[in-house]
Write a protein that binds this ligand. Structure first.
Ligand SMILES: *Cc1c(COP(=O)(O)O)cnc(C)c1O
Length: 451
């Protein structure tokens, strides 16, 4: 018997409810046996059709137990946030709409709401209100888009039409990045053909911020990539002096603020980003600190015309307004991912956003204090939501990480800092309460006591 569409969706909703009801109590990382049971997915394409419900069951029965509870309150690995209820709800509804959110002609509703999202994002982040936003899949894709726009525009200013002539024989465009640049910027530069050996690295201070005194020379052939929120320390580059220098030289400034850009929404933290609004382009994610579902990121460009010219994908059968989302992002057919971003910003408002971001900062400070009390060395000043720490030897640091991960009450990951093993805790889930922070401190102390 074939189940109807509505019954199937209802069953999925029931299972989703049960899953969400469990996230406070679940192990944060699945145990070995549960992970091993995933081998059941290694099957070949079958000849005959199955009942759809059987497939849904398999995903829930085998998949759900083996998930990482990053949508719960005690996941401190990476800054990946959870999903706010309004974001999850709107995303579910929009899934039923199944819009191809390319342009107004494909989906008037999606186009209108993503336009509304643009306005709210620019207001929340206090960026130039005339800027344009392409809602892309990731900070990676959006960073790649912004870097392509930057190069095209710098070349155009130098009299080179890269669309027509390509890169062969073009004036060379230099790229200066922080020594602590995120790997996805390097990936984008590599894919775009800049050449890894041509990347110029700017020296950083002990916190991982570019040192303005040691900034490599800039000129009008240069893209300068700055960072709002370093992944280990949460540090911000000193934007005001760096961007002033870039402006003077005629360079393009791009800011990678995958999670850190949201510091601008917090009264306590926004000073860290002073001057950042003078850049030419910015990327940020919704799916990290804004707590929207995955595949929700933003490429923000001061000169919307430059972005639209670079990203245009008009065809004779599919022409659209220059700022249609298909003409601002890498995708042609796309999900209306701006809807959940809009819904979160509309629902939280300035106060709700400020409270969430500021609270995560305070919780990270409390975590750092708890680690210090336990005699653990904290390596960073907690400027944002990141805590970087280590024990006296690399062996003990790694052993603590493993012990915590195996026990399953909280989860955080390792990193390397100044050539030594370290671990990092990020606070970014709307679900994380102060009591969860105390649980985390207690758990770390207790695992440490058993090492
Ligand atoms: C996560 C991250 C990225 C990449 O973002 P995705 O959305 O995962 O592609 C880029 N830069 C920084 C600083 C990040 O933390």
């Amino acid at each position: 018997m074939t189940i109807s569409e509505l019954d199937l969706i209802e069953d999925a909703n029931r299972r989703a409810r049960a899953y969400l009801a469990s996230v406070e109590k679940r192990r944060v990382f699945p145990d070995v046996a549960t992970i091993e049971s995933l081998s059941i997915f290694e099957e070949d394409l079958r000849q005959h059709s199955l009942d759809a419900q059987e497939t849904l069951c398999m995903v829930d029965d085998i998949g759900s137990p083996a998930t990482v509870t990053s949508n719960g309150p005690r996941y401190f690995g990476f800054v990946i946030g959870a999903t706010l209820p309004i974001a999850a709800a709107v995303d579910r509804l929009a899934q039923s709409w199944d819009q191809c959110a390319s342009s107004h002609i494909n989906s008037p509703a999606a186009a209108a709401i993503e336009k509304a999202a643009t306005r709210l994002v620019l207001q929340a982040l206090n960026l130039p209100q005339e800027a344009t936003i392409g809602f892309g899949t990731s900070a990676t894709a959006c960073g790649l888009s912004c870097l392509a726009v930057a190069r095209r525009e710098l070349l155009a200013r130098l009299g080179w039409d890269v669309d027509q002539k390509g890169l062969m024989g073009a004036p060379p465009i230099r790229v200066v990045v922080s020594k602590m640049v995120h790997i996805t910027i390097i990936k984008s530069l590599r894919i775009l053909g800049f050449g890894l050996q041509n990347i110029i690295y700017a020296p950083v201070d002990a916190h991982g911020r570019i040192d303005p005194e040691q900034l490599p020379d800039l000129d009008d052939h240069t893209i300068l990539c700055l960072q709002a929120g370093e992944v280990n320390t949460g540090a911000f580059d000193p934007f005001a002096p760096l961007i002033a220098a870039a402006r003077q030289a005629g360079a393009w400034v791009h800011v990678d603020g995958a999670f850190g850009l949201w510091a601008r929404a917090s009264r306590d933290l926004r000073h860290l980003t002073d001057g950042l609004e003078e850049a030419d382009s910015w990327t940020t994610d919704g799916h990290k600190w804004l707590n929207t579902p995955y595949d929700s990121a933003m490429a923000i460009c001061r000169d919307g015309g430059a972005m639209a010219a670079c990203m245009n994908a008009d065809a004779v059968y599919a022409r659209a307004e220059p700022d249609a989302q298909k003409n601002l992002t890498l995708e042609f057919s796309r999900k209306a991912r701006g809807i959940s971003i809009w819904a979160v910003l509309r629902t939280l408002g300035r106060d709700g956003l400020d409270q969430m971001i500021s609270r995560h900062h305070q919780q990270a400070q409390r975590l750092a204090q708890g680690l210090l009390e336990a005699g653990i060395e904290v390596l960073n000043t907690v400027v944002l939501n990141q805590v970087l720490a280590r024990l006296d030897t690399d062996e003990r640091t790694m052993a603590l990480i493993k012990a915590v991960q195996d026990h399953g009450v909280i989860w955080f990951g390792g990193t390397r800092w100044n050539d030594r093993a370290a671990f990092r805790l990020s606070v970014s889930s709307w679900r994380t309460t102060n009591a969860d922070i105390e649980t985390a401190i207690g758990e770390i102390k207790s695992r440490l006591g058993r090492l």
